[in-house]
Design a protein around this ligand. Structure first.
Ligand code: AP5
Length: 211
C-alpha cells in the first residue's frame, strides 16, 4: 500500500499508521517524527525546524521536500508506505506528484480522517508520547499500564512541546488554511477516501473497498 494519511492534528494519523503496519509490510513515514528526532538530536535540520514546530506553524516546503525526496527513495519504501503528516500544502502535494511520476510510482489512495474539532481538542490535550520510541498514548482512551511509563520500551511518556492551548489553536488554524485544500486536490485526482473515524475496523473496510 502507498497511502497518504490526511487529517487535522490529533485526528489519529499516527495511531492508525501504527495499527495498519500490523496488517501490512508498509512503513510509516511521519514527517513530524523525523523533525522531532532532529530537534532532539540538535542537528542543523532540527535547529531550522524547532521554532516553527513549537509555535504550531509549518516548516518550509523546501526543508520538507529535501527530507522526503531522499526518504521515499530508500529501500524499505519498495514494500509500500503510510505517509503521516505529508504532504501538508499544495506545493508539497505537487512536488510529491512530480517525484512519484519521475520514480514511475503511484499512490493507492489518500485516506482522510474527518474528525470533529471537539473530539480533536479532547484527544490532543490528553495525548502522551514516549520520549524514546514515539509510542502514542492517551490518558483517557489508551493509558499506559504504569502511569508515565511507556509499555513498549519503559521510558518516560510526556506531553509534546506543541500541545499548549495556544499552539493547538494555531495548528488547527494552519490546518484549515494550508492543509485542508488537499482534500479537494486529491478528490480531483480520484484518490480520496474519507472516513469519519480513526478506529481500525472501519478504516480497514474503507481501504479494502479501494485497494
Ligand atoms: P505532526 O507530528 O505531523 O503533528 P500533527 O499532524 O499535528 O498530528 P499529530 O501527531 O498531532 O496527530 P495525529 O493525527 O498523528 O494523532 P495521534 O495518532 O497522535 O507535525 C508536528 C509539526 O511538525 C507540525 O506542526 C509542523 O511544524 C511540522 N511538520 C510536520 N510535517 C510537516 C510538513 N509536511 N510540512 C511542514 N511542516 C511539517 O492521536 C491523537 C490522540 O488521539 C492520541 O492520544 C491517541 O491515543 C488518540 N486517539 C487516536 N485515535 C483514537 C480513537 N479512534 N479513539 C480514541 N482516541 C484516539
Amino acid at each position: 500500500m502507498k497511502i497518504i494519511l490526511l487529517g487535522p492534528p490529533g485526528a489519529g494519523k499516527g495511531t492508525i499508521a501504527k495499527a495498519l503496519m500490523q496488517h501490512d509490510e508498509s512503513v510509516q513515514i511521519s514527517t513530524g517524527d523525523i523533525l522531532r528526532g532532529a530537534v532532539a538530536a540538535g542537528t542543523e535540520l532540527g535547529k531550522q525546524a524547532e521554532a516553527a514546530m513549537t509555535a504550531g506553524d509549518l516548516v518550509t516546503d523546501e526543508l520538507i521536500m529535501g527530507i522526503m525526496e531522499e526518504r521515499l527513495q530508500q529501500d524499505d519504501c519498495q514494500q509500500g508506505y503510510l505517509l503521516d503528516g505529508f504532504p501538508r500544502t499544495i506545493p508539497q502535494a505537487e512536488a510529491l506528484k512530480a517525484l512519484l511520476s519521475k520514480l514511475d510510482e503511484r499512490l493507492d489512495c489518500v485516506l482522510e480522517l474527518d474528525i470533529p474539532r471537539d473530539i480533536i481538542i479532547d484527544r490532543l490535550t490528553t495525548r502522551r508520547t514516549c520520549t524514546n520510541c514515539g509510542e502514542i498514548y492517551n490518558v483517557k482512551f489508551k493509558p499506559p499500564r504504569a502511569e508515565g511509563i511507556c509499555d513498549v520500551c519503559g521510558n518516560e511518556i510526556v506531553q509534546r512541546d506543541d500541545e499548549t492551548e495556544e499552539a493547538i489553536e494555531n495548528r488547527l488554524q494552519v490546518y484549515n488554511e494550508q492543509t485542508a485544500p488537499l482534500v479537494e486536490f486529491y478528490r480531483n485526482e480520484g484518490l480520496l477516501v474519507s472516513v469519519p473515524t480513526s478506529d481500525l475496523e472501519p478504516v480497514m473496510d474503507a481501504l479494502k473497498s479501494r485497494i
